[in-house]
Design a protein around this ligand. Structure first.
Ligand code: ZN
Ligand code: ZN
Length: 419
């Protein structure tokens, strides 16, 4: 049972609610890894606004600014989550740099947190549950969610242009009444955030959130591309194009699946040594060869690799990743997001000779159904996450994470919200 306690940092409207409503109960719960967490429970479903720190992007490309942001209560089918750890992904940086009209905005989509309160109709999660936010949801009702073959939910599929909640078209963040917009339904660069319940995956409370938070996006994307889509047979040869976080996760997936040769392809030789930790056994730098990389790979592998996973989004690399697979059985999987004007050109004989080309989104994982199982892979020590985490910064220094990514240093930088 929760112990009655004092909410240390709450301000503003929450206190006002407590005066208005005799049904508001403050309490603390003890969690496995993070000690006592302050919670609020309202018998009449009125849950107050929190005013908490968030890193706000006021305009494209400008450093984030720490602000006191009002976080409104969760509405129907929404949850409010206390974020404990978050990490920076390229997609945050891409849209932070982009001159879209959706500013001011709170970015962030890889994270781990604890449900603080839930809105009407939410039955799948409850306050105190440990969750991973997911930028693409799973409503469990639409044709995609009901299909065993798809994870592209009609209702909650990623939408980078929408800055508001789908329920009422409003933002749950504000400063002095002025809305601050959401990002991909998660906005985890905030001590508290509000999400649709379909965008949170409930996980094992024993799992350390400072590690498994990286499974919200990039690492699951690369891992799933290998284990769910490429499915390399034991003893097979896999080429991974692009050795960033997603590519290294694809290599890790190939390693877990039992591939015996994993060939990393990247233009940056500095990445090769690091990639060995993720199962890469050989490397090809296309700059070191005068002939096309698909020919280099065919020579190294007696006709072509069994599987390839493309994680750069460069259109030429995508074509190479397809053409380097062995005829008769080779499968290429596209993960990287190409330029909007890109066109994929290859001779149709490559298909007739029984090469298969596939694409994947979020590694084909259904976020709410499958992420808890990916967390268990880590708990069983089959999946190693520590090696992806190269830096940690306190929340107040979140801009350092952006600097590290701009310099191409490290793989994942964890941002600790408790500092
Ligand atoms: Zn759905
Ligand atoms: Zn991401």
């Amino acid at each position: 049972m929760p112990t009655a306690g004092k909410v240390i940092k709450c301000k503003g409207q929450l206190q006002m609610f407590s005066k208005l409503s005799p049904f508001v109960v403050f309490y603390q719960i003890k969690t496995v890894h993070f000690g006592w967490i302050n919670m609020v429970l309202c018998a009449n479903s009125l849950i107050g606004c929190w005013i908490r720190a968030a890193a706000v992007a006021w305009e494209a490309g400008k450093p984030l600014s720490m602000e006191e942001v009002e976080v409104a209560p969760p509405q129907a089918m929404e949850v409010r989550v206390k974020i404990l750890f978050t990490s920076l992904c390229h997609t945050d940086v891409y849209f932070w740099e982009a001159k879209t009209p959706v500013f001011p905005r709170i970015f962030g989509h890889e994270a781990g947190g604890i449900v603080e309160s839930v809105g009407e109709g939410v039955t799948d999660v409850a306050p105190g549950d440990h969750v991973l936010p997911v930028f693409t949801g799973e409503c469990k009702e639409c044709a995609h969610c009901k299909s065993a073959e798809s994870n592209m939910c009609d209702l909650l599929r990623i939408n980078t242009d929408r800055g508001v909640m789908i329920g009422d078209g409003k933002s749950r963040f504000s400063i002095n009444g002025k809305p601050i917009y959401h990002f991909v339904g998660t906005s985890t660069f905030s001590e508290y955030t509000v999400m649709h319940v379909g965008c949170v995956a409930k996980i094992n409370p024993e799992a350390p959130l400072d590690k498994v938070c990286v499974l919200s996006c990039g690492i699951s994307t690369g891992l799933g591309a290998s284990i769910n889509v490429a499915k390399p047979p034991k003893g097979s040869t896999v080429a991974v194009f692009g050795l960033g976080a997603v590519g290294l996760a694809a290599a890790e997936g190939a390693r877990i699946a039992g591939a015996s040769r994993i060939i990393g392809v990247d233009l940056n030789p500095n990445r090769f040594e690091e990639a060995r930790k993720f199962g890469c056994t050989e490397f090809v730098n296309p700059k070191d060869h005068s002939k096309p990389v698909q020919e280099v790979l065919a020579e190294m592998t007696n006709g072509g690799v069994d599987r390839s996973v493309e994680c750069t989004g460069n259109i030429n690399a995508m074509i190479q990743a397809f053409e380097c697979v062995h005829d008769g059985w080779g499968v290429a999987v596209l993960v990287g997001v190409p330029h909007k004007d890109a066109e994929f050109k290859t001779h149709p004989m490559n298909f007739l000779n029984e090469r298969t080309l596939k694409g994947t989104f979020f590694g084909n994982f259904k976020p709410r159904t499958d992420l808890p199982n990916v967390v268990e892979l880590y708990m069983k020590k089959e999946l190693e996450l520590e090696k992806f985490i190269t830096h940690t910064v306190p929340f107040s220094e979140i801009n350092k994470a952006f600097d590290l990514m701009a310099k191409g240093e490290g793989i994942r930088c964890i941002i600790r919200m408790d500092h």
